[in-house]
Write a protein that binds this ligand. Sequence first.
Ligand code: 13P
Ligand code: SF4
Length: 305
Amino acid sequence: MRKEELKQAIQEEKQKRGVTVLAHTYQEPDVIDIADVTGDSFALAQAVQSLSAETVLLCGVRFMAETVKMLSPEKRVLISHKSATCPMAEQIAPQRVAVFKKEHPDYAVCAYINTTAALKAECDVCVTSSSAVKILSRMPEKNILFIPDRNLGGFVKSKLPEKNIVLWDGFCPVHQQVTPADLLPLKETYPGARIAMHPECPKEALALADMVGSTSAIMEYCLQETGDVIIVTERGVADYLNREYPNRRFIQAAPEKLICADMKKTTLQGVYDALTGAGSCEIDLPEPLRLRARKPIDRMLEYGG
Ligand code: 13P
Ligand code: SF4
């Protein structure tokens, strides 16, 4: 099938089967085109709670689909590409966190939302990249182990010197590659441009940012600014903004590095196959695991996340 025919067929299957399609902003423009809801990982999970559809299909990576299922267990949650996982979310075996907690009973463990359900189940609180500083500042515990991202954790630590934050040595293999050498020439070429960066980038790069925030925070910032913005996160964000706002200029930093191969596994054919049952992967979280993994998310919400 040609691309436009495939898009039409997807729309028909969605309607026939009553499926709502969610796409993370990192998805390719063609996938964004056939989505009903787009946004960052936690925003998508929250959006599903008020949808009437009994089945949702997530275009993104597995931890995102798991988070949807955690918040909406009554829905059937499908992921469009079975093997699309976030390498950072899988960097720690849950048992290692259980061992840390046993050895350090005076520490709370904070999980970035980019973690598997099995890992969240071992943690005390969850955070997103936009809520992390606020949530940790509101926690009564002084001693906190932050998993898995040392860059986001380091950024939060720099903002909260009153806390004793210990960092796990994990990282996002995509954002971790950004260096000041990727940014300095862009600053020279576009002297008036602001730099908006995801906190999964290393601290040497973060030092050059005018704004540090999550996918949605970067997009909001870009829309508030009137001038050019250099975007330092996965390419999907600048692709999206440049398409939606053709009269503005959003400059992609390190375009050859900032591509998440797992996020880009989703294809129109994969979405069609998932909808028609040919390649679908239903997220199945045993209820005891779902309940344990949901607790840190509820705690995040209690703290205003
Ligand atoms: P958001 O939570 O900002 O959507 O980010 C997800 C992600 O994978 C960042 O690399
Ligand atoms: Fe995971 Fe990084 Fe890809 Fe985001 S960009 S899904 S953190 S590997």
